[in-house]
Design a protein around this ligand. Structure first.
Ligand SMILES: [Zn+2]
Length: 379
C-alpha cells in the first residue's frame, strides 16, 4: 500500500529535529499532523505540548491509556547516521523518538481496526526528562476526570536482548530527586575569620548527613549520590560566606523517599542553626516511583507470550526514574521495558540511537494489550 505509515521514517524525522523538555513545539506539530492524516482529531497543548487522541469502540467497555514521551536531551550527538540531529547540542539520546514512532504505529493500526469496546486514549507526553510533563497531563481537564482502567507505557532498554520484554510487578523505576542545600553566613578577611560566619564545618556536616542518610532505612532500596559541592570563592584573601552541596536521592519506596527528604531538611536546619547560618533546601527534577500493578504486569507477560517474545523478570527495580509514575499513581497499569540489544549504546550517551528493529515489537505488544482489553473491531 502506497500510503502505509512507516514508523522508521517518522522516527528519523523526529530524530533530526530534537527539542528540549518544554520546548517541543515542532515535535508536537509533527505528531499532531500525522494523527490528522490517520483521520483523528487530536487534542493539543495538553499540559504543555502534550497531545491526546481518543478512540471509541462501538460497545461500552473499559478505558486504556497508552503513553509515549517525546522530549530530547542537552547532549551533542556523536553519530554517523544520515538523520543525525540538526539541532546543535540537543539529541534524542533516550529513544523518546522511538517511543513516539511506536505509538503512532499503534494509532495507524487503530485508525483501520478500532477497538470493539471501550475507549483507547493515546497520550503523547512532553517534558519527561525533567519530571514535569506527566503530572501536568494528568492534571489537565481532558484527562484528570477520566476513569482510566489500564495504563501502559514502555521504555527501550540497552543492555537487554533485543525484543525481550522486561517486567516487574511493584516498583519498576525508582523515585528520585535532585537536592541543593545552600548555606549562607558572612564573608570576612581571611586573616580575621572570626569576624565572619563560615559555612565550612556545616557544609562537611551536610555532606556527612547525606552519605549517612540511607542507613536509617534498611528495609528499602535507597541511594544518595553527592554530585557537587562548592565553598566560598577561589580567593586566598577571603574566608567563605556561602556554600552549596548538591546530591540526588533515590528509593524504590515512596514512603522511604519522603521520609529521607524530611530527615535531610531537619538535619540541615539543625546544622545551620548551630553555626548561625541560614539555609535553603531546594528540590529539582523530582520523580515518584513507578509502581506497577501485578494484574497489569501479568497482562504484559501474556501479551508478550502470545507474540512469542522472551520475558525477563527484574529482581531489582531500575535505579533511574520515569515520570509515567504520575499516571501509575492515579490509575493502575504497568511500565515495561523492551530490550534494545545487549551491547547497544547506553541511554543518555552521545552515540546512542533508538534501535528501529524494535519498533514492530513495540507496536505489536501495545496492539496485543489493546486487543486483550477491548477486542478488535472490523477493518
Ligand atoms: Zn527516557
Amino acid at each position: 500500500m502506497a500510503n502505509e505509515f512507516d514508523p522508521v521514517t517518522l522516527r528519523h524525522t523526529l530524530h533530526q529535529t530534537p527539542e528540549l523538555s518544554n520546548h517541543e513545539a515542532l515535535t508536537a506539530r509533527t505528531i499532531a499532523a500525522q494523527l490528522r492524516q490517520f483521520g483523528f482529531h487530536p487534542a493539543t497543548d495538553i499540559g504543555g505540548h502534550g497531545i491526546l487522541v481518543t478512540i471509541q469502540g462501538t460497545a461500552p467497555g473499559p478505558t486504556t491509556l497508552l503513553r509515549a514521551d517525546f522530549d530530547a536531551l542537552p547532549i551533542e550527538e556523536r553519530g554517523s547516521q544520515a538523520y543525525c540531529s540538526q539541532h546543535p547540542g540537543v539529541m534524542h539520546a533516550c529513544g523518546h523518538d522511538g517511543h513516539t514512532a511506536a505509538l503512532l504505529a499503534v494509532a495507524a493500526e487503530l485508525s483501520h481496526i478500532p477497538p470493539a469496546r471501550g475507549t483507547v486514549l493515546l497520550a503523547f507526553q512532553p517534558a519527561e526528562e525533567t519530571g514535569e510533563g506527566a503530572a501536568r497531563m494528568c492534571e489537565s481537564p481532558e484527562i484528570a476526570n477520566v476513569q482510566i482502567d489500564n495504563v501502559y507505557a514502555f521504555h527501550n532498554l540497552p543492555g537487554f536482548n533485543q525484543h525481550q520484554i522486561v517486567v516487574r510487578p511493584g516498583t519498576f523505576a525508582c523515585a528520585s530527586t535532585g537536592v541543593a542545600i545552600e548555606l549562607y553566613g558572612k564573608t570576612s578577611h581571611a586573616a580575621y575569620p572570626e569576624r565572619g560566619i563560615s559555612p565550612a564545618s556545616a557544609m562537611t556536616g551536610v555532606m556527612h548527613t547525606l552519605t549517612q542518610l540511607p542507613d536509617a532505612y534498611p528495609d528499602a532500596n535507597r541511594l544518595v549520590t553527592l554530585v557537587h559541592a562548592q565553598l566560598g570563592e577561589p580567593a586566598y584573601g577571603v574566608a567563605p560566606g556561602q556554600a552549596t552541596v548538591m546530591a540526588t536521592l533515590r528509593s524504590d519506596d515512596n514512603a522511604c523517599f519522603h521520609a529521607m527528604k524530611a530527615d535531610l531538611v531537619d538535619k540541615a536546619n539543625t546544622l545551620a542553626a548551630r553555626a548561625g547560618l541560614t539555609v535553603n533546601v531546594s528540590w529539582h527534577e523530582p520523580f515518584i516511583a513507578a509502581e506497577n500493578s501485578t494484574h497489569h504486569t501479568q497482562h504484559v507477560v501474556s501479551a508478550a507470550q502470545s507474540l512469542g517474545l522472551a520475558v525477563h523478570r527484574l529482581t531489582e527495580p531500575m535505579r533511574w526514574s520515569e515520570d509515567v509514575a504520575e499516571f501509575l499513581a492515579r490509575w493502575p497499569g504497568a511500565l515495561f521495558g523492551i530490550g534494545s540489544g545487549e551491547h547497544h549504546p547506553q541511554l543518555h550517551n552521545p552515540d546512542y540511537d533508538f534501535p528501529d528493529a524494535i519498533l514492530p515489537t513495540a507496536k505489536a505488544i501495545f496492539t496485543a494489550l489493546v486487543a486483550e482489553h477491548h477486542g478488535r473491531g472490523t477493518d
